[in-house]
Design a protein around this ligand. Sequence first.
Ligand SMILES: [Cu+2]
Length: 346
Amino acid sequence: MLSSAVLLASLVASATAHATFQAMWVNGVDQGAWCVRTPQSNSPVTSVTSTDIACNVDASSSSGLCSVNPGDTVTVEMHQQPGDRSCSTEAIGGDHWGPMQAYLAKVNDATTAVGSDSDWFKIAEMGLPSNDPEYWATEVLNDNCGHFTFTIPSGIAPGQYLLRPEVIALHVASSVGGAQFYMSCFQITVGGTGTATPPTVKIPGAYNAQDPGILIDIYESPQAYTIPGPTPYGTTSPTVATTPWPTTATWNTAQEPATLPTTAPPNAGSAPPSQPTTPVAPTSGPVTTPTGPVSVPPTSAPSSAPTSVGTVAKYGQCGGTGFTGATGCVSGSTCTVVNPYYSQCL
Ligand SMILES: [Cu+2]
C-alpha cells in the first residue's frame, strides 16, 4: 500500500513517463521503425470506446512492411521519447503498472487498413506474473529495456496483418476512465502456408470500462489480475508466480543500438500489393525510395539473409538487394519487384 503522498508524487511525475511502442525486431534482427505507424505523442488513450484505441491518435502513416513467418519471435520496443533507445531510461515510467499484450488483425493492405474497422485476435499477454511480491508486466518490460517478445502463432494464414502491442497502465485506475492505454500498430507480412483464422474481436469493442482488469485499484495489492480482452490464440497466459519475479533481463540489452537503423531491415517491403509499383531508380544515380524513410541501400548483406531453397509462398520474399533465398514463387503467384530491396510473390 502506498501512502497518499507517494501516490501524489507519482501522479505528478507520470506526465513525463509516458511512452510509445516505436520499434520492432524479428528473430533478434532489428527492424527499427520501418513498419510502425508512429504515434504523434506519448500520451495514452483513456477511452475504451474511442477509435483511437485501435492504432493510437492520428498515428503517422507508413509504407513499410516487416516480414515474419509463423513461429518467428517478434519483439516490440517501447520508450518514453521518440527515437530514444537508451536502456538507462525506463521504457515506461515506473509508476505505470499493468499488463502488456499483443494482437493481430488480418487485413488486405496493412499500409492503409483502418485498425478500428479490423478484426483482431490476441497472440500474447502478461499481467501480474508474480504476486509475492507484486510484480507487473510493465516492470518486466522495464527490466528488458522496453522489449516485449512473443511468438507469431503457427498455422495462421499468410498475408498482411496489423500487429498491435499494448500496455495498460492502471496507476490511477480506481475510477472509470483512469486506466491508460498505450499502443502502436505495426504493418507486417506473414508468410507460410497456414490456414487458421482465429476468432476475432473489434477494437474498440473488446474492452469495457468496467472490466475487472481495467476498473481496478491496484494499490489494494491484488493477489490475482484478470487481463482484459479475449483469450490469446496459440499461447497461454503465464500463471501467477508466488515467488519473487526474476528481474534479470531476458533481452540482451548489450545488443541494443543507440539509434534507429537508417537502412531497410532484412526482408523489408515498402509497398502493398494493391498499389502500383514505383519505377526503380536508375542504378547509375543515387537510389531513392520515394515511399519510405530510407535513402541509402544496405551496405552489407544482413546476417539473417534467408538461405532457404525451393518455392516461396505467396507474399514471401523472392528477391531484392542482398537477398539470397529462393526466387521461385508458388503456383498462382509471380515474383514482383516491389522496390530495390524487396521482391515479393504476389
Ligand atoms: Cu500516466
